[in-house]
Design a protein around this ligand. Sequence first.
Ligand SMILES: [Zn+2]
Length: 233
Amino acid sequence: MSDVPLAERGLVRHPVERFGTTREGRPLEVFGPLACGTPLVLAAIHGNESETTVALSAAVRTIAVGGLGWAVVLAANPDGALLGTRGNAAGVDLNRNFPTSDWRAGTVLSHWSSRTRQVVELSTGIAPASEPESAALMELIERLSPPWILSVHAPIGVVIEAEASALGDVLASETGLRRVVKVGYQTPGVLDLWATERGSRCVTLELPRITHDEAVVRFAPVLAALLRGDLLN
Ligand SMILES: [Zn+2]
């Protein structure tokens, strides 16, 4: 199946389904096939990482209807995306809200900008999976039982996975990004660990600190090849 011509890439044409509702009442949407066993990719669980949505959307719009092999969540935190915040509308860092063995109530520190230290305070939530966005994502993952989960973040510029996998191999070789087993700070309650503890493989792709345009140029083709099924058996 050939790529969608550039002139026709203005719309996301793949079938869409609502899989939940945000804290502010906005729809949580997933595009593409939803059969059990379908791999899942998601962007912008941190609402201020909109370059991940833009690159993933460009990849999806490159692929003709019927050619998408993955379920795709373009914005896992739509409230945060619209508010421009890392956390959701309740100030919870959704990627610290999953019911992992290491989840704990508390404060999550994040950067105000690349020129500051981690001092902006978010929370892990009042309980594991307290937030509608993380609970809905968990339900979607239970339903899909995806063999692979790819979570796209920015701006560290690495491929993160606890143990080397075929997906991590492909991403490291196709993007040229360095592979690491974890980031250098404490991350309790993350999606990766929750997915691993339930038997799915989850890889985090951290885009580098680049413009939205460069994210499309450098990463949309790799993501499109992956979502078409060209890179993993
Ligand atoms: Zn992030």
